[in-house]
Ligand binder design. Structure first.
Ligand code: PLP
Length: 424
């Protein structure tokens, strides 16, 4: 190897992945790694799915690329139909892109254009939550509330308000019921809209189950229903970012089904291509689509590779695999077992503060002190050390140092392929 590639770290050269086999990745030296996190919640079908590979090959034999300003293609149309069949009520249009950040950018721009076209051009502000991640491009990074990822790029980011996440382990006060806690943090949205001026706010963005930044944290029951009510009361759009938690990962096709709400816009990516192709999607309600159709008739956005036939063929094969093999039900079943196994292994561990999540999307929070929930100091780099130790012993997990009140907290995210066996 010449070493000319420029990746994440300028210091580390990771081993070269040579082969994928079900839940395993095998490097060039022949070492096997159990993919306990599906990369970052990507590889929902595992690494050598014959149906998806065949679908991509067949598409390649037909046509690999036709620019969307001239053509559509069957794979993209059929994928959109399948996604709408699974989508929350009212969501019936699909915009295909190449990944999660692009999907979030498209969602934010669509929200803005919707208000411009419906005669409310004053609406331009986004409200999101602290300790969230919505992508690394500038619009998505501005929406995200991960202080560490934002810090050095702050001068480039459009101003965004961030309210508290619904993070029960650290946010719920002693003696407060989960319901009262959910109500209190949801009401922060109403207060922030009032503070900014409702006529200036266009959207609230949130992950139904917070992934990378908090480690599989779902909201308490009732929180998202209240968020939906507040958005409706002030006429602002609810954008749910399911890039990580969507596509069956939490035990329902879309995570928000379990919160019993429907957003106005929803984003997905990772599990959609399942690692076989880079693809993401932004889905929106008919109401938004119709407003633009009746106005300019043109969503002023687009990327060269949107709706790419090979990516769409992979996405279509993934959705079919989830449906035909009953994999979302399997996520619920294996998720219960994983949760039980994590509790039996770690519930009493002196440095495990919390074990949480839904389906095959589970997080373990590491603390210095269980009683006080005090995190380790950032310089201890606990999350990175867990990752390294696990990797050396052949397990891929996804640890992250989040940010807790300006300090770093640590968690390990587990998001294995849906085909994971009991033994694995
Ligand atoms: N949104 C969420 C919730 C994510 O977890 C991620 C990636 O981790 C993104 C957006 C960005 O997706 P991508 O890395 O595909 O651009």
């Amino acid at each position: 190897m010449t070493g000319h590639i420029f990746g994440r770290s300028t210091r580390l050269m990771p081993p070269a992945a040579a082969k994928g086999e079900g839940c395993y990745i095998i490097d060039k030296s022949g070492k096997r790694y159990l993919d306990g996190s599906g990369g970052a919640a990507v590889s929902c079908l595992g690494h050598s799915d014959a149906d998806v590979a065949a679908a991509i090959r067949a598409q390649l034999d037909d046509i690999a690329f036709a620019h969307t300003s001239f053509f559509t293609c069957d794979a993209a149309e059929e994928l959109a139909d399948l996604l709408v069949e699974h989508a929350p009520e009212g969501i019936d249009r699909v915009y295909l892109v190449s990944g999660g950040s692009e999907a979030v950018e498209a969602a934010i721009k669509l929200a803005r254009q919707y208000f411009v076209e419906t005669g409310e051009p004053g609406r331009h502000r986004v409200i999101a939550r602290r300790q969230s991640y919505h992508g690394n491009t500038l619009g998505a990074l501005a929406a995200g509330g991960n202080a560490w990822r934002r810090a050095q790029f702050a001068p480039l980011l459009v101003e965004t308000s961030h309210i508290s996440p619904c993070y029960e382990y650290r946010g719920r006060a002693e003696g407060e019921t989960p319901e009262a806690f959910g109500r209190r943090v949801a009401e922060e949205l109403a207060a922030e809209i009032e503070r900014l001026g409702p006529e200036t706010v266009m959207a609230f963005v949130a992950e139904p189950v917070v992934g990378a930044t908090l480690g599989a944290v779902p909201a308490v029951e009732g929180y998202f229903k209240r968020i939906r009510e507040i958005c409706d009361r002030y006429g602002i759009l609810l954008i749910l970012d399911e890039v990580m938690c969507g596509m069956g990962r939490t035990g329902s096709f879309f995570a928000c089904e379990q919160d019993e709400i429907a957003p106005d816009i929803i984003t997905i990516a990772k599990g959609l291509g399942a690692g076989y192709q880079p693809i993401g999607a932004m889905l929106c309600s008919g109401r938004i689509y119709e407003a633009i159709a009746a106005g300019s008739g043109f969503f002023q956005h687009g990327h060269t590779y949107m709706g790419h036939p090979l990516a769409a063929a992979a996405g279509r094969a993934v959705v079919k695999a989830l449906d035909e093999r009953g994999l979302v039900a399997r996520v619920r079943e294996q998720g219960r077992k994983l949760d039980a196994a994590l509790h039996s292994a770690f519930a009493q561990h002196p440095h495990v503060g919390d074990i949480r999540g839904r389906g095959l999307f589970r997080g373990v929070e590491i603390v210095r002190d269980r009683a006080t929930k005090e995190p380790f100091e950032p310089e201890r780099g606990i999350a990175a050390r867990v990752k390294k130790a696990a990797f050396e012993s052949g397990l891929i997990c996804y640890p992250m140092g989040g940010t807790i009140d300006g300090r770093r907290g640590d968690h390990v995210l587990l998001a294995p392929p849906f085909i994971i066996s009991d033994e694995q």
